[in-house]
Design a protein. Structure first.
Length: 488
């Protein structure tokens, strides 16, 4: 029994290290005597520990999938790869927070504590294999996110962002819990494995209750990933939050929510299920509306943070199209998209943060003539924008191409047309920002001080995968292809 428990713990090292890190950060921050002293040692310690988490996750990729803790948690290649993306996103956001002026010096360690806490919730959500674990993951991720969004205490926009996030989040979590309670009432179990066995025997009213309950569950997850019509909070929260928080929200909660949506869809709505047609139809409509609302609304934005917020909504709509096909190719496409999206998003927010620190705003005007001041940064930002739009030879093109491939293979030509139109719309507002950087004249010749050699080196390092994944994409696709879901 003890040997078996120790074996389970071996698979759970990433989560345990993250919990240890969060607790030790709380103690470390409490020992800082000077409130305004830089937290360099704490920052380095945080990155080293998260690096250790990343190493353990990479080691777990080759392990045999299994259920642990009485089937409450699933450790499989799919959840592990999602955790790798989330951990890398957390490391990137914490690194940005250390150099950004958008987070006060005395709050930088607190940001790390909250970010690691959200990461733990995201890991739990990605591996959830029963209703209780699923809800615990949602709440752990959500509650700390509310605090992060209102980190700029002295600014009304940040306070408003935190309030909106908490109100919308509390409501959506309540609706999701209400739906889960009905699922327990129908199935008599919270375990996914037991629920699958009883699903074929459902009929009549019980079947209708189950469908409505899953729709309620989607409210909770849809809110996390900013899917239509639960996206309303995103632009206001993104704009009101500090930029490191915004970059964090664009990656970690979204990937955790998408992981939960993928797992629930593949567990309960595989082909042959009585609920499959209705569920896939719902996901199709939501994906189409999410893409369209995100991209169309992004056109008129003057704030780059709001533009990236609506852009992220559009990308979520594209990613959840991979859920509709209900096969391994769809999962593979989602995972590759997640990897590419990680690097593109971090770069976009890094450059925006540097300009915002210099000029105190994230409007289009601060990007004017950037190519004349910092040509390398302007070229990289333009490359990222084209990649986000899905232009070759960047990774964003391959990511979108994979999504198009799986939905066309399923003969879903209508949604493929909607996705293509949205890609054209997205290209317009991305090119508009690129044009501002390259063809508009700069307001002055003053250099952006935040573009230190170290920051520029990090941005260049992050841009390399954006290019390489667009050219040598087969290795990443092979890795994503091996990240299968473990259901039973």
């Amino acid at each position: 029994m003890i040997d078996q428990l120790l074996g389970f713990v071996t698979y759970y090292w990433p989560e345990m290290i993250s919990i240890l890190l969060m607790m030790s950060l709380l103690v470390a921050e409490a020992t800082v005597s000077d409130e305004h002293a830089p937290r360099t040692k704490i920052h380095v310690y945080t990155q080293l520990m998260l690096g250790l988490v990343l190493v353990n996750l990479l080691l777990n990729l080759g392990e045999k999938p299994l259920h642990i803790f009485h089937n409450a948690v699933t450790i499989d290649p799919f959840s592990t790869l999602i955790k790798i993306i989330m951990t890398a996103g957390t490391m990137g956001a914490i690194f940005l927070s250390h150099s950004s002026r958008d987070i006060y010096t005395n709050l930088k360690s607190e940001f790390s504590v909250m970010a690691v806490g959200v990461l733990i919730g995201g890991m739990l959500l990605a591996s959830a294999n029963n209703l209780l674990t699923l809800y615990m993951g949602i709440e752990t991720l959500s509650i700390l996110s509310y605090v992060l969004s209102s980190f700029k205490r002295d600014e009304a926009t940040s306070t408003e962002a935190g309030m909106k996030y908490a109100l919308y989040g509390g409501l959506s979590a309540g609706v999701a819990l209400f739906g889960m309670s009905h699922l327990y009432g129908v199935f008599g179990s919270i375990q996914f494995v037991d629920m699958i066995d009883k699903l074929p025997g459902l009929a009549g009213m019980n079947l209708a209750i189950v469908l409505v309950s899953f729709v309620m569950f989607f409210v909770g997850v849809g809110y996390k990933i900013s899917a239509f019509p639960f996206h309303m909070w995103t632009p206001d929260v993104y704009q009101g939050s500090p930029i490191p928080v915004t970059s964090f929200f664009a990656i970690v909660p979204k990937m955790a929510g998408i992981a939960a949506l993928v797992r629930v869809s593949f567990v309960f709505f595989q082909e042959g299920s009585a609920l499959t047609v209705t569920w896939t139809g719902l996901i199709l409509v939501i994906a189409a509306m999410t893409m369209t609302v995100g991209n169309v609304t992004a056109i008129g934005q003057s704030s780059v943070k709001r533009l990236l917020a609506f852009s992220s909504i559009g990308h979520v709509g594209m990613m959840i199209l991979g859920v509709v096909v209900m096969n391994e190719a769809g999962v593979q496409a989602i995972l590759f998209y997640g990897i590419a999206y990680l690097f593109m998003t971090l770069i976009a927010f890094y450059i925006t943060s540097c300009l915002s620190d210099m000029y105190g705003t994230d409007s289009y005007d601060v990007f004017r003539g950037l190519v004349y001041k910092h040509p390398l940064m302007a070229i990289i930002m333009a490359g990222v924008l084209f990649s986000l739009a899905g232009m070759p030879p960047f990774s964003g093109f391959v990511a979108k191409f994979n999504i198009f491939s799986v939905i066309i293979e399923k003969k879903l030509y209508g949604i493929a047309l909607v996705a293509a139109i949205n890609s054209v719309i997205a290209l317009y507002y991305y090119v508009k920002l690129a044009k501002t950087m390259i063809f508009s004249e700069a307001d002055g010749e003053e250099k952006v001080l935040a573009f230190t050699p170290g920051i520029q080196a990090v941005i260049v390092a992050l841009f390399i995968p954006v290019v390489l994944l667009g050219i040598f994409w087969d290795s990443a696709m092979a890795l994503a292809g091996n990240a299968e879901l473990f259901i039973r």
